[in-house]
Structures are given as structure tokens and as C-alpha cells.
Design a protein around this ligand. Structure first.
Ligand SMILES: *Cc1c(COP(=O)(O)O)cnc(C)c1O
Length: 414
């Protein structure tokens, strides 16, 4: 018989764009006893979670709840529920996750138009607004923080234009929520998808979403009307409102919102342990204070960037639109990026990321997200990175990185 050792994952310092280290209080929350999904003690936790998600998304929307599945399940739930076959959808793309939005919208049968921008930059909002005027889409979807390139897209002006032209504005804020301001209401975003395993520091497995009444109207027009007990597994479908049916059952927001409403119409079985973890992660983020949390992310980014520059490596991309929670570094000519990553992991227990598509083998990506975004981790990484690059034959300003980072920490008021 095969013998399997007791589970014992090695301790790691995770400096990637996700998944990142979870706060120990979140890990503890995951281990509490199971509650039944209609137990009032549990439905109260569901309500707490909705309330905290509204604060996190900075919205007064009624609907703010997690979709069960990783972040892309939230993206797919929003697009599948809002986009009907033949709808015009505009997607400005400036990195890998823009292509994910395009792919999902195409699978929904949309008539998709894309705008593409060179990787490493973002759109001037005016370019997107001109495209809205020209193509008059029903919906515009775009990424807020593009983890593949480490860029942040300003959204406020695009949101205002979408509202003016009656376009539904959908935003992937998976990488930014909890680390960088996401102003759902102030930026006129109709539906936002967040992530758990990035700046919230909760394990991967849920996708918090929020959407307003404009979005809700679209999905209610497509809602199935059932005979008998609505939502029960064996009630036959009798028809639907005028819109075409939502093609997914699991990701149908019109059914999910009934489950999260006071009616608690049964859909799937809510993920008990993940909900505990998310609720605790949200509680921790709001107790820290969102502004303080964003400040902590900016401070560690500043120390990391100063350290890397002092060391003598080059930061990738346009600094004017840098994503504060992901710092990209050019892999110097003649250096094997994967060998550096594996030595960091093997010798120091530190994980950093490579990138995708045109940037594969060209940049390293260092995340400073959530619980992983700490002075200890930044200093640990800078020392280890310098040692590993030196080991790979690079001539660096040895010793300068940690001094530059310490200068930032000592001279910045928090
Ligand atoms: C990580 C990420 C996703 C995908 O999230 P999963 O949880 O892996 O499904 C989508 N969009 C952006 C911008 C991301 O950074």
C-alpha cells in the first residue's frame, strides 16, 4: 500500500500577483465547524458579507455577494447574465486579462469589437470614449488592474461616458479590490468583479461581484419563470421574460440574487468554509481601514521600486500608469528568468512570477498584495533577489537595494 505523508506545505514568502499569503486569522476562520446553509447563524454571516462587500466596492448597490468559483467565474457570471447573443460589446484590451473578457463575451454570442493597446501602457480615456461614440455598444468591459503587465487603467471618465451613452460598464477589478481604490458608484460602474486571492488575502475560490439596478434590469428581463416552488430543483421551467434565456444555470445572477435575497431561494449549496474565510478577510480589510490599506500598498511599492532601481535592474512599463500592487522587472539579456525564479524559491522560499504571451521570458512580476504586502517581505525579497542575480553573473550595486528601501521606510510618514 502506498504511504502518503501527512499534509505539510512548506512555508513560503509569496510575492506573486496571486494567490498570495492568507492572513492567519483567515486560515483559522476556514477551520470552524460547518453550519447548514439556511441556519439563521449562517444566513446572518451571508448578510454580514454583503454589507462588508458594499463597503469594499464603495457602492450603495443592493447586490454585492460572492459567486462560488475563482474570479473568472464572477466574470463569466456577469457577462453570461448581461450579454445576449448578438449584443454589441466593446472591449479595450491592454494585456492578457482583456483577452479573457473578449473570449468570454464571444462565447456568450456577442458581436465583439476590441481596441488594442501595446502591452505596458493603458488607454487614454478619450480613445475609449471615441470608440464608444463610433460603435455604440450595449456593454463595455475592461480590466482595472492588468496583472500581466502591471498597469492600472483610469476608469472615471470612461464610466461617465458609458452612463451618458447608455452603455453598461463592466469592470474586472480582480487584482485591485482591497489594494487600490475601486469606486464603483463614483466611477459609474454598472457591474464589478473582485478577487479573493489577491489583495484580500483569502484563498482562491470565490468571486465577489456587485451590480446596480441598470444591470439588474437586463438580467431580470432574461429571468426564467418557474411553476410551483421557484428555484426548487424539480420545478419545470414554464417560460421566461422577453429576453433570451441566460445560458448558464450555475452562473445565472438572476437566480443567485434570489438565493442572496431574504427569500433565500435555494440554488447551489453555499461554500460554508470559504464564506467564513471571505467574511474574515473582509472584516480584517475594513478594520485596517481602506485608506490605510491603500497607503500600506503604496508604501511597500515605493520601497520595493526604490530598492530594485538602486540595485541596478530596470522596471518594465510606463511609470505613469503603474499598478501599485504589481512591479514588473525587465529580465536582463543573457539571464535565464526561470532559473532565477527557481533559485529564489529553492534557496529562499520566495515565489515571484514570470509573465504571459509577448512578455513570456521578458519580465519578472513581483506582487505586493494584501497580507504579502509587508516591510518584512519586501526587505527579504530585495536581499534574496540581489544574491540570486549576483549568483547568475550580474554586476549589481551590491548593498544599495536594502539601503534604498530602508530609506523609504524610515523617511515616509505612515
Ligand atoms: C487573477 C486575475 C483573474 C483571474 O482570476 P482567477 O481567480 O484565476 O479566476 C482575472 N483578472 C485579473 C485582472 C486577474 O489578475
Amino acid at each position: 500500500m502506498t504511504y502518503y505523508a501527512e499534509l505539510s506545505p512548506p512555508p513560503r514568502t509569496i510575492m506573486t500577483p496571486g494567490p498570495v499569503e492568507a492572513d492567519p486569522r483567515v486560515l483559522r476562520a476556514l477551520s470552524y465547524p460547518i453550519l447548514g446553509q439556511f441556519d439563521p447563524a449562517f444566513t446572518e454571516l451571508m448578510n454580514d458579507t454583503m454589507g462588508m462587500l458594499r463597503a469594499l466596492f464603495r457602492t450603495s448597490n443592493q447586490w454585492a455577494y460572492p459567486v462560488d468559483g475563482t474570479s473568472r467565474s464572477g466574470i463569466e457570471a456577469v457577462l453570461t447574465s448581461l450579454v445576449s447573443p448578438g449584443d454589441r460589446v466593446l472591449i479595450p484590451i491592454y494585456g492578457r486579462f482583456g483577452y479573457l473578457l473578449q473570449e468570454i463575451a464571444e462565447r456568450c454570442g456577442a458581436d465583439v469589437a476590441v481596441l488594442e493597446k501595446a502591452w505596458g501602457t493603458v488607454f487614454d480615456p478619450e480613445e475609449v470614449i471615441a470608440a464608444i461614440r463610433a460603435s455604440r455598444p450595449k456593454l463595455l468591459a475592461m480590466v482595472h488592474g492588468e496583472t500581466s503587465t502591471g498597469r492600472l487603467q483610469p476608469l472615471a471618465d470612461i464610466g461617465s461616458a458609458c452612463r451618458e451613452y447608455g452603455v453598461l460598464f463592466v469592470v474586472d477589478a480582480v487584482a485591485t479590490i482591497g489594494g487600490v481604490p475601486v469606486e464603483t458608484d463614483a466611477w459609474h460602474i454598472d457591474a464589478v468583479i473582485g478577487g479573493t486571492q489577491k489583495c484580500l488575502s483569502v484563498p482562491s475560490g470565490m468571486a465577489p461581484v456587485t451590480y446596480n439596478e441598470r444591470a439588474e434590469r437586463v438580467l431580470l428581463a432574461r429571468k426564467k419563470i418557474e411553476r410551483g416552488l421557484q428555484g426548487s430543483v424539480d420545478s419545470p421551467l414554464t417560460g421566461m421574460h422577453d429576453g433570451p434565456a441566460i445560458r448558464s444555470n450555475y452562473l445565472d445572477l438572476s437566480q443567485l440574487q434570489d438565493y442572496w435575497s431574504p427569500a433565500r431561494l435555494n440554488h447551489h449549496t453555499e461554500m460554508t468554509s470559504m464564506l467564513y474565510g471571505l467574511r474574515e478577510g473582509l472584516r480584517i480589510a475594513l478594520a485596517e481601514g481602506l485608506e490605510a490599506r491603500f497607503g500600506r500598498h503604496r508604501l511597500n511599492e515605493k520601497a520595493l521600486s526604490a530598492g530594485l532601481s538602486a540595485m541596478g535592474v530596470t522596471l518594465y512599463g510606463d511609470p505613469a500608469c503603474k499598478l501599485p500592487v504589481v512591479t514588473c522587472v525587465d529580465i536582463p539579456d543573457g539571464i535565464d528568468g526561470e532559473s532565477v525564479r527557481s533559485m529564489l524559491l529553492r534557496r529562499f522560499g520566495i515565489e515571484i512570477a514570470g509573465s504571459f504571451g509577448p512578455l513570456k521570458g521578458k519580465i519578472w512580476r513581483i506582487g505586493t498584495m494584501g497580507y504579502s504586502c509587508s516591510q518584512k517581505n519586501v526587505l527579504h525579497l530585495l536581499g534574496a533577489f540581489e544574491a540570486v542575480l549576483t549568483r547568475h553573473g550580474m554586476k549589481l550595486h551590491t548593498g544599495a537595494a536594502l539601503q534604498a528601501a530602508l530609506d523609504v521606510y524610515e523617511n515616509t510618514e505612515v
